[in-house]
Design a protein around this ligand. Structure first.
Ligand code: ATP
Ligand code: MG
Length: 368
């Protein structure tokens, strides 16, 4: 087994005899170390910068320098090095004061048996702190990466929606319209000579008409044109009306906003959140009435969707399996905002989304 690396100790002590006693105490405690003794401020600062010690042991009073000043130098340099006072002169009150201003510990020269354990504890606490800090930094970084990935995936998904929506609308829609025109011509040609055939062809033309409606619906569901042409507020009103027509659930909208056009990322994100809340109402709420409020409040665009259904539960709100809710929160967070869910039996469900308008001019560069 490899011997452990010695720890580097910087000892601020003017009395060589006291330094020797400290050294022995550490050897007796089984600490493996190399020690550098300094007496003056210049020496202390020089070694601090050059040798980057693992720990500092310091006398309190020295002829030309003092321990408190040394502690301040270490703190000012934001060095995460444990600092232990080893002193014969420090009273209890002063000792506590030094701990308050950031010393790691103090050991009296009359109780040097405490020095080894104190050094060990200080080092392991510093290591723990460093590891915790590094883990926190990694966690923050990986959260940021995940958020960036989510944003990117949503952007890609939205671009795909726009592309497919356009293809479905233009290519499929036009092909069907062409077919319908030909069939209409055929109807007019045969209806007088062969009524049965004429009716059959008319029936085909009607079915193509219905299919054209379906294609339009699919295209609009993928990416409502109103969002790009008339903006977010119009899109929300349109969606609320469409929801009412499709489900029969009454849906009122109250708009308290003057401006209606915002950046594409902002509008799309907001709209997709709204869409998801309506989908949840259809799937889970058993509601008969939905109220939608959209308003500007202290620099934020706020959307409130309230239904009179069975009410979302606390368990639903907290569950990590509620991926739809997580998606809503995540979308809001991407724009620096938040989404809050509340409700319960007899209360229905309320979804409140609030996003700062400072993020409203963010643009994805999507071409509708
Ligand atoms: N408006 C609502 N009224 C009542 N319960 C709701 C409502 N919205 C959500 N919930 C409850 O919250 C749960 C989580 O919703 P969430 O949208 O996360 O998942 P989901 O709709 O079940 O599935 P999906 O991932 O497809 O969205 C739902 O399963 C439902 O029980
Ligand atoms: Mg859902």
């Amino acid at each position: 087994m490899q011997a452990p690396n010695p720890i580097h100790i910087l000892l601020l002590e003017d009395d060589p005899a006291h330094a020797e006693l400290a050294r022995r105490a550490l050897i007796d405690a089984g600490v493996i170390f190399v020690i550098t003794r300094v007496e003056t401020r210049a020496e202390f600062e020089g070694h601090l910068n050059d040798t980057a010690p693992d720990i500092i042991l310091s006398d309190y009073r020295l002829p030309t320098f003092d321990g408190l000043e040394a502690l301040r130098i270490v703190q000012a340099a934001a060095l995460n090095i444990p600092f232990i006072f080893v002193t014969g002169t420090m009273g209890e009150e002063v000792a506590i004061e030094t701990l308050k201003i950031g010393a790691t510990d103090y050991v009296l020269k009359t109780h040097l048996a405490r020095l080894g354990p104190s050094v060990r504890r200080a080092l392991s606490e510093t290591l723990e702190r460093r590891e915790r800090y590094e883990a926190e930094v990694k966690l923050v970084q990986s959260n940021e990466q995940l958020r960036a990935l989510t944003a990117h995936l949503q952007q890609v998904r939205e671009q795909e929606c726009i592309r497919i929506s356009r293809q479905v609308h233009d290519e499929l829609g036009q092909a069907l319209t062409g077919l319908k025109l030909d069939l209409s011509w055929l109807v007019s040609e045969v209806i007088n000579t062969n009524e049965a055939l004429g009716k059959k062809v008319q029936d085909l033309a009607d079915r193509i008409d219905a299919t054209i409606q379906t294609v339009r619906q699919i295209s609009t569901d993928l990416r409502p044109g109103v969002l790009d042409n008339l903006g977010l507020v119009a899109a929300i009103e349109w969606k609320a009306n469409d929801f009412h027509l499709r489900t029969g659930i009454r849906c009122t909208t109250t708009i308290m906003v003057n401006e209606t056009m915002w950046g594409q990322e902002f509008s799309t994100t907001f709209f997709r959140i709204f869409q998801e809340t309506l989908t949840n109402i259809i799937r889970h709420a058993a509601a008969t009435q939905v109220e939608v409020v959209i308003a500007v409040d202290t620099g934020r665009l706020v959307l409130i969707v309230r239904d009179n259904g069975i009410g979302i539960t606390e368990a639903d709100i907290a569950s990590v399996k509620s991926i739809g809710l997580v998606g809503i929160r995540e979308r809001a967070a991407l724009l620096g905002g938040s989404a809050v869910f509340s409700g319960g039996p007899g209360l229905g469900t309320i979804v409140t989304v609030s996003i700062p308008l400072t993020s409203a001019d963010r643009h994805w560069g999507l071409t509708p």
